[in-house]
Every structure is written in C-alpha cells, then in structure tokens.
Ligand binder design. Structure first.
Ligand code: 2IT
Length: 449
C-alpha cells in the first residue's frame, strides 16, 4: 500500500487489467515504489495523467513471421515491436529472440527502457521488440531467412527518426546484419536504423563490450562513493555467459576483481580462490553451451551443481547478475547477504525480483537497478546513431571514454537524486526519479498526446 491514493488506484487498475502480464506488472510496481512521495510533491503528475499515459505503450505492433526451414517446412512465429514512449526521442531498444518472448516480457523491457534511455542523457525514447523464435539449433541459413521474414513486416514501422532497434538476448551482430540487409533492400536507403551493426557498415566500436564494461564502470563509482574502495581483491559472482556477462567478467578482472563463480542455464561453477578467467573467456568464445563441461574437464575439483541459482550460495563481496530476468529471489538475496555480499549491480534487465530489491534496500546491501547500471549498451547504441548521422566513426578509446563518462554521469545523477529525496543509498529511487523527470517534463511541454 502506498501513501498516495493516486498510485494505489493506478496499481490496482494495472493489476486488474494486465494481471496476467506478471513481468510488466512487476516493472510498473518497482517504478511506483519510487514515486510514492514524489507524486504528492508534484501534483501536475496526477493533473496531467502522466503515469496513466506512461504505462500504456504509444503503439504495439504484433505480426506474423512465416519462414521456410532447411527441411522446406513452413514455420510461423510471432513478431512484436512495443513502441512505448517517444517523449524524448525516437523509440529505441533491443529485439529479443527467445522462446519465452511474449507481450508481458516485451512490455516490461520497453517500460524499463524509457527510463534507462533517459538516464543516458541521449535523446532516445523507449521501445522493445522481438519474437518467440528460438535460435537454438537453427542453421545460419535459417536464422537469415527468419530475420528477413521478420523485417519484411517490421521495416514499415521503423526508421532512423522513428524507431531504432538493436540486439538483446538471442540477437547479436549476425542477426542485426541480416535484418539490416533486408531493411536496406526494402527501403533502398542506407541509414542508421539498426544499432549493433558490423564495423564495416556503420557499427560502433565498443558496442559489443558496452553493457558489461559499463556495468563495471558504474559499480566502480558505487564502490568509490559508498565504500571508498574499488574492485581490487573483491570476490565477484557473475551469472550468465552471454555478451553482458562476458565483458563484465573481463572488465572486473582487469580492475582487479577475483571472479569466484559463474553460471549458465545448465548450472554453475565456483571456487572461492578464484576461477581461471582466461579459460572461461576462451570457452565462452568457442562453445558457450558446453561451458561447464569443458571447464570441469580441466578443473574437476571446483564446486559445481546443475541449479543455476545455487551460484548465489557462493560467498562473495559483489554479485553481478548478468543472465536474464528473475534470477535472484528473496531467498537468494538473503543467502547473499548472510554470506557477506555487500553490493549487487544488475547487468541484465530485472534479474532481481521485487522482494529481493526491497530486501537489499532494507538490509544495507548496495543495489544498482539495471535501468541505471546496464545502460552502457544502449548508451553506445546512441553513440552509434550519432556517428551514423555524422557519417563518421570514432576510435575505440574515444567511444570507451564517452561510455565511461556516461556511466559516471548516470551514477552521479542517480546518487544525487536519491540523496535529494532522502535516501542516498537507494539508487533504484534515484534512477526512477531521475529517469522519469526528463520524460515527464517533455510530456508536459508536448501537451496531451
Ligand atoms: O536492454 C538493453 O538496453 C538493450 N538490449 C540494448 C538496447 C539498444 O538499443 O542498444
């Protein structure tokens, strides 16, 4: 129950109307947790129905994706693009290909993206899309035909000043390349309509590393500000073996951390003396799926198990959940705290559930919400858009320095906002209010639309 009856009524309506969209409802509730006293201080929010408007996407496109597999059989998937908010810029956000994809997940991701993109300081609205296509076991030719079939419909809804998709789970440089090729063919234009492109056709250096590196830059600011320390000698757990986890592991190690546990969907490995990071990175690059088996062949004595979330039972100083949503529940959160973990920074989108977040904030575990700490990926996407518009490309060092500056600014903005509103340790509060303010002012200025 909130103090604000406006928020209570709204949340009740959201639950009544979208009750079955549990991921979306959690994302809204997590955001409302930060809005309670703020909506009373700012009566214009209610007067202008800002939150009522913000929780309904401007547009949702759902479409059929028919494609032909290698056996000549016709397959049909569902495609989506949730164009959530264009208050501060063209819709911007990734495409996710995974069999779990549904409207609830894409609405939660699109909603988060509004505030995340706002926090980057770049002019990007919020959007998200994807398909229930399962890339596992598909041939390269099948992935290409699927991406082309998807773009045959999506192309009419996107554009460099309208909506700029990128990657997310299951969508990397290969998929972006195929989608870009088809978009270019259908529109007869060569524009920066997708980000995460290959380096030979408009992609930005550091886009691949950006989310994981950005997470570590943000976490470094937390360590410095709250604890007057850094990553050196800290024991770190990282979940996931995807793009975010890979570069988080790499950067954390570079900054002096000891990686004591890693997981994928099949289980985890842990060694409180530190895992062999070079070997981990080498296996991930070659054979992600057999990651645990390969590692265990060489280090048969490390601790292991086939339940991914048991990773969180490993004693650590810092946890970086980088796999996917709902990886850390209340029980995992309590175990982390009991075993000495003092800081959790989200690399994935919403890996901690609402009870876990509330537990961290109430029990003196520093917590960074993904919309702030994983914003590095979309920030470099924004820099890719700038480079495309300028018809220029910046060096690795230039983009990396800009990324670092953006992550430091996001931290500062979240921290100072949290402090201003009475709880300097609550970065979720800071991120939600700071991200919201820019969107809110833009919505007020643009009238009822
Ligand atoms: O969750 C995210 O921020 C992303 N998947 C990146 C989106 C983007 O447009 O680069």
């Amino acid at each position: 129950m909130y103090k604000s009856s406006y928020l209570n009524n709204l949340l009740e309506n959201v639950k009544a109307k979208y009750g079955e969209q549990k991921e979306f409802v959690q994302a809204v509730e997590e955001f409302f947790d930060s809005m309670d006293f703020f909506v009373n201080k700012e009566p214009k929010i209610e007067e202008n129905a800002i939150l009522e408007r913000l929780i309904v996407p401007e547009r949702i496109i759902t479409f059929r994706i028919p494609w032909v597999d290698d056996a000549g059989k016709i397959q049909v998937n569902t495609g989506y693009r949730v164009q959530f908010s264009s208050a501060i810029g063209p819709y911007k956000g990734g495409m996710r290909f995974d069999k779990s994809v549904n409207l609830s997940i894409l609405k939660f991701l699109g909603f988060e993206q509004i505030f995340k993109n706002s926090l980057t300081g770049l002019p990007m609205g919020g959007g998200k899309g994807g398909s229930d296509f399962d890339p596992k076991g598909k041939s390269d030719a099948e992935v290409m035909r699927f991406c082309q079939a998807l773009m045959n419909e999506l192309y009419r809804h996107i554009g460099p000043d309208t909506d700029v998709p990128a990657g997310d789970l299951g969508v990397g440089a290969r998929e972006i390349g195929y989608m870009f090729g088809q978009y270019k063919k259908l529109t007869n234009t060569f524009t920066g309509t997708l980000t995460g492109k290959g380096l030979t056709f408009g992609g930005s250096l550091v886009r691949t590393e950006a989310t994981g590196y950005g997470l570590c830059y943000f976490a470094s600011e937390m360590l410095k500000t709250y604890k007057n320390t850094d990553f050196k000698g800290k024991k770190v757990l990282v979940s996931g073996t995807g793009n975010v986890a890979t570069y988080a592991i790499k950067k954390a190690r570079e900054l002096g951390a000891i990686i004591v546990g890693v997981s994928n969907t099949r289980g985890y490995i842990a060694d409180t003396n530190g895992l062999d990071v070079d070997l981990i990175l080498d296996i991930i690059a070659r054979n992600r799926r057999e990651f645990l088996d390969e590692y265990l062949k060489i280090y048969p004595n490390v601790k292991t198990g086939n339940v991914s979330r048991d990773l969180w039972k490993t004693p650590c100083d810092i946890a970086l959940p980088c796999a996917t949503q709902a990886e850390i529940n209340l029980e995992n959160a309590k175990t982390l705290k009991d075993n000495g973990c003092f800081m959790v920074a989200e690399g994935a989108n919403m890996p901690c559930d609402l009870e876990a977040i509330r537990f961290f904030n109430e029990n003196d575990v520093l917590f960074a919400p993904g919309k702030a700490s994983n914003a590095g990926g979309v920030a470099v996407s924004g820099l890719e858009m700038s480079q495309n518009s300028l018809r220029m490309s910046w060096s690795f060092e230039e983009v990396d320095a800009k990324l670092k500056g953006i992550m430091q600014n996001i931290f500062k903005n979240c921290y100072e906002t949290a402090k201003k509103y009475g709880n300097e340790k609550n970065l979720a509060l800071g991120a939600n209010i700071a991200g919201f303010l820019k969107v809110y002012e833009a919505m007020l200025a643009q009238g009822v639309c």
